[in-house]
Design a binder for this molecule. Structure first.
Ligand code: AMP
Length: 451
């Protein structure tokens, strides 16, 4: 197994890494650091939680500390990030890794006053971490000059595009000097990202630590079939029974997140919500309280959760199953970080079985069903031949047509049906969704594991 010394990092950075308690490079670090130190561009498929921040922050710091600017400090490395939380976390990592170097870095994002950011920029910085909106705003006001950037990092590129930042990215690219090193990280690699990467990376080294591998290998996953109306009681029960001290719960809507926080509160569970409607101050406070253990449950929507990097999350609850299968992988990636293990529960109600099928197709295997709870509901189990995605049940999506309260009877029926119904539906849908070789590989592997 590789160690940090063999990656070519300087003594000062090795010391910082040691002080962080890292002993072994993660796969993305082992693959990305050496080519970056050699001056190559890198295209990485990796998501938050894989150690990708250090994979670019360490080489950036090493490269820019090799030489000192003659005159006043200027921006030599630019890191673009889609969300405020992620930007703040990246900047915090730069603090941790640059403790023994003479490097100044700063994070800027919207939703807060610009004056402190402007003052720091005027004093001179070497590394700028930014969200696109505030970056372009301050460029427009003449506070930022990107004309001498040597290193450009585009982080979470797929989310950037999802959030509609493509035009902003193109504007930023036009302001960068031609001669520079580039890095693009994305959790997924759809065509749009591959095209964007091709437009500005040169002869890039590809690094692939795809999320499916994380899913398959380290995170215990369970699905529970339950009525929508029973989800709240089910989650309270699990949180209490398993004494969850650090758990994250995903809801589909901001309103749903707020409502659940209130309901958990009424059951004596200390919870806070984090989503786009909350002010930056409220989001920062909720995250800080969660990190320190003051709040044991964080209820989040997808957008707000990207970039949440909290160690030791033991439980992830998909209170609402996501309609985008990829989100499932991102969500459960909040646990089992940096080699630790965790458990992810998915609550599947009567309107969500199609989402479960889509998720299982993506990850390449069927998630274990936990039916040993009092709320088990057969009406939520996928039907034989069911297609992935939204159920076509008209307005009755939330209401089961034939509620079957006899769990015992139905359980035996379910166990007979389950493997057939789920795999059958996968077979039926091969024509709808092409499987990548990786997914096929994972499926084979997971099937092998089950034997
Ligand atoms: P990231 O994917 O960059 O958000 O990192 C996820 C978490 O892993 C952060 O809390 C890092 O501090 C931690 N981490 C990064 N690299 C290592 C490593 N080599 N060993 C242990 N933890 C790490």
């Amino acid at each position: 197994m590789q160690d940090f010394q063999s990656l070519g990092l300087s003594k000062k950075l090795l010391l910082a890494v040691e002080q962080e308690g890292y002993t072994t490079p993660t796969p993305v670090q082992a693959q990305a650091i050496p080519p970056l130190l050699d001056g190559r561009d890198v295209l990485g498929v990796a998501q938050t939680g894989t150690g990708k921040t250090a994979a670019f922050a360490l080489p950036v710091l090493q490269i820019i500390s090799r030489s000192k600017p003659q005159s006043k400090r200027h921006i030599r490395a630019l890191v673009l990030s889609p969300t405020r939380e992620l930007a703040a976390q990246i900047d915090e990592r730069f603090s941790a890794y640059s403790g023994h170097l003479d490097i100044r870095h700063k994070v800027i994002f919207g939703g807060v006053k610009q004056n402190p950011q402007v003052r720091a920029l005027q004093k001179g910085i070497d590394v700028l971490v930014a969200t696109p909106g505030r970056l372009l705003d301050l460029i427009g006001q003449g506070y930022i000059d990107l004309g001498r950037v040597e290193f450009f990092v585009l982080d979470e590129a797929d989310q950037m595009l999802d959030m509609g930042f493509i035009r902003d990215i193109k504007k930023v690219l036009k302001l960068l000097p031609r001669q520079r090193q580039n890095l693009l990280f994305s959790a997924t690699m759809p065509k749009s990202i591959a095209e964007l990467a091709a437009s500005f990376l040169h002869n890039a080294v590809k690094v692939d630590v795809s999320p499916e591998e994380i899913t398959v290998e380290r995170i215990a996953q369970k699905v529970m079939f339950v009525r929508k109306a029973d989800k709240r009681r089910l989650i309270v029960k699990i949180i209490k029974q398993e004494r969850v001290n650090k758990g994250i719960v995903f809801t589909r809507t901001k309103h749903g997140a707020n409502r659940l926080v209130k309901q958990l509160d009424q059951s004596g569970i200390n919870a806070a919500a984090i989503h786009g409607n909350k002010s930056q101050g409220a989001r920062t406070k909720a995250l800080a309280n969660f990190k320190t253990g003051h709040t044991s449950i964080l209820v989040a929507t997808d957008i707000a959760s990207r970039g949440i990097d909290v160690n030791d999350i033991t439980h992830v609850f998909n209170y609402d199953l996501p309609n985008e299968p990829e989100s499932y992988v991102h969500r459960i990636g909040r646990t089992a970080r940096a080699g630790k293990s965790g458990i992810a529960y998915g609550f599947c109600d009567e309107s969500e079985s199609g989402y479960l099928i889509g998720i299982q197709q993506l990850i390449g295997f069927e998630i274990d069903v936990d039916e040993s709870h009092e709320f088990h509901f057969v009406g939520a189990i996928p039907k034989p031949g069911q297609k992935p995605g939204k159920m076509k049940t008209g307005k009755s999506g939330n209401k089961p047509k034939r509620p079957n309260r006899n769990n015992n009877k139905s359980r035996s029926k379910q166990s007979q049906n389950k493997p057939k119904s789920q795999s059958q539906s996968q077979g039926n849908n091969n024509s709808n969704r092409q499987q990548s070789p990786r997914r096929r590989r994972n499926r084979n592997r997971s099937q092998g594991n089950q034997n």
